[in-house]
Design a protein around this ligand. Structure first.
Ligand code: SAH
Length: 223
């Protein structure tokens, strides 16, 4: 088999595993399959380009991997579930907090209109911008800074996704969410249980929160 064929097979095996894990966790998710657009996006993004050279062999395993600076690229199943929760339209404007290596941003950019992503570790953000530029993504904007303040210049956003765990949803992020929009965010203290939550804002600006899935994320840090 060619290298390209092997990669395609590994990626197909990964999406198969995700589909199985979605079935296994259907009681949490309230569904037993994800939006086909999400699965297709996962099938298009070359995850091997996002993991360290030394872990390329594991790029398509359904597991989180270290990306340096004590950070991790999320498990593909979690990336899939969080993307699915946002129910993105093709013209959606999305704010992501925690760029990391940029994998989640790439998956979002495959589906949505534009992705604004904020990372507090300058080197990770710069690497992600370089990587996603080289892969040809033209609909992602990058910012280095404290994501708890969001990115007010481009607000409001149809969807917000936070890929690090907070004790509560940062007020600025709720404010920058458009009426009718939603936010996926892991909530909980480090060392205690975290829960992936879906926050929705109705047309009148009222916010509701629903817990979806127990998870374990790195912390959303201050500064
Ligand atoms: N979405 C990433 C996973 C990121 S891990 C991916 O697909 O690879 C969480 C990321 O959030 C880390 O890179 C961490 O540096 C970043 N982070 C933590 N606190 C933050 C904050 N306050 N503002 C911005 N980024 C933050």
């Amino acid at each position: 088999m060619t290298e390209k064929g092997k990669t395609a097979a590994a990626r197909a095996a990964m999406t198969g595993e995700i589909a199985q894990e979605v079935c296994d966790t259907a009681r949490f998710l309230g569904k037993d399959s994800l939006d086909p657009r999400v699965m297709a996006a996962l099938d298009r993004v070359p995850r091997e380009a996002f993991v360290p050279e030394s872990r390329r062999d594991a790029a398509y395993f359904n597991i989180p991997l270290p990306i340096g600076h004590g950070q991790t690229i999320s498990q593909p199943y979690i990336v899939a579930v969080m993307t699915d929760m946002l129910d993105l339209r093709a013209n959606a404007r999305v704010l992501e907090i925690g760029t990391g290596c940029g994998y989640q941003a790439a998956v979002l950019a495959e589906i949505a209109g534009h992705v604004y992503t904020v990372e507090c570790v300058a080197e990770l953000g710069a690497d992600a911008a370089r990587r996603l530029g080289a892969l040809g993504y033209a609909n992602i904007s990058f910012r280095i800074g404290d994501g708890r303040a969001g990115w007010p210049e481009h607000a409001p956003y149809d969807a917000v996704i936070v890929t690090a765990a907070a004790e509560s949803a940062p007020p600025a992020l709720i404010e920058q969410l458009a009426p009718g929009g939603c936010m996926a965010i892991p909530i909980g203290r480090q060392g205690e249980g975290q829960e992936l939550c879906l926050l929705t804002k109705d047309a009148a600006g009222r916010v509701a929160r629903r817990g979806v899935l127990p998870v374990a994320f790195v912390p959303l840090v201050s500064g």
